[in-house]
Design a protein around this ligand. Structure first.
Ligand code: AMP
Length: 189
């Protein structure tokens, strides 16, 4: 029996941001998920980096599941042609579904919503509600200020070093893909 394909839930900006490298990374990650025949789970929209990764993944033949609240169908433009688009009642249900469907979480650059989603999975990991890996794409140190803040919280005794070390912070897409394969890919032994 073939094992189920790994599902990556990706959190990223509903805007494109200013650095084209972030757009390239989102599209390249989408293509790579398709090449691996993995499953992309994301917020269901067709805007910003979310749209970039989803369209690239679909084009590369990935199974793509979007989860979007009814109220955001207009604002985030629910993407047509997804393998599955689940329209849910509210943001909390969306977040829950994004978490349940994941084997691992990937955090690309984004805004407040991305931060919210990241903190949700990070705090649930700290509380042992799940054991799914969290990977941050830290191209050009995008997430360094976040890591520095949490490092400060570690020094101040509010967060344990173990909780900070649990996150996989990767400097570029190649490193992130390699870590995904190491964590979720076919066993080599
Ligand atoms: P952003 O990073 O703000 O561009 O948003 C990325 C994704 O996070 C979008 O799909 C937003 O709908 C979602 N989002 C925005 N605010 C929240 C929130 N408070 N809780 C959960 N998700 C959010």
């Amino acid at each position: 029996m073939t094992p189920p394909k790994p599902s990556l839930t990706v959190f990223c900006g509903s805007r494109h941001g200013q650095d084209p490298a972030h757009i390239d990374d989102a599209a390249a990650l989408g293509r790579w998920i398709g090449e691996q025949s993995w499953h992309l789970v994301y917020g269901g929209g067709n805007v910003g980096l979310m749209g970039e990764i989803a369209r690239a993944a679909l084009q590369a033949g990935a199974e793509v599941t979007g989860i979007i609240p009814e109220s955001l169908m207009k604002r985030e433009v629910g993407l047509d042609g997804l393998s599955r688009l689940e329209v849910v009642s509210d943001m909390a249900v969306r977040k829950q579904a994004l978490i349940e469907l994941a084997d691992a979480f990937v955090v690309l650059p984004g805004g407040l919503g991305t931060l919210d989603e990241f903190f949700e999975v990070a705090t649930l990991l700290q509380l042992d509600y799940h054991r799914k890996p969290i990977l941050l794409l830290n191209r050009d140190g995008f997430w360094d200020p976040l890591i520095a803040l949490v490092q400060r919280q570690v020094h101040a005794g509010f967060v344990s070093q173990k909780e900070l070390d649990a996150w996989h912070v990767l400097a570029n897409l190649e490193a992130l893909q390699a870590r995904c394969l190491a964590l979720l890919g076919p066993k080599t032994s």
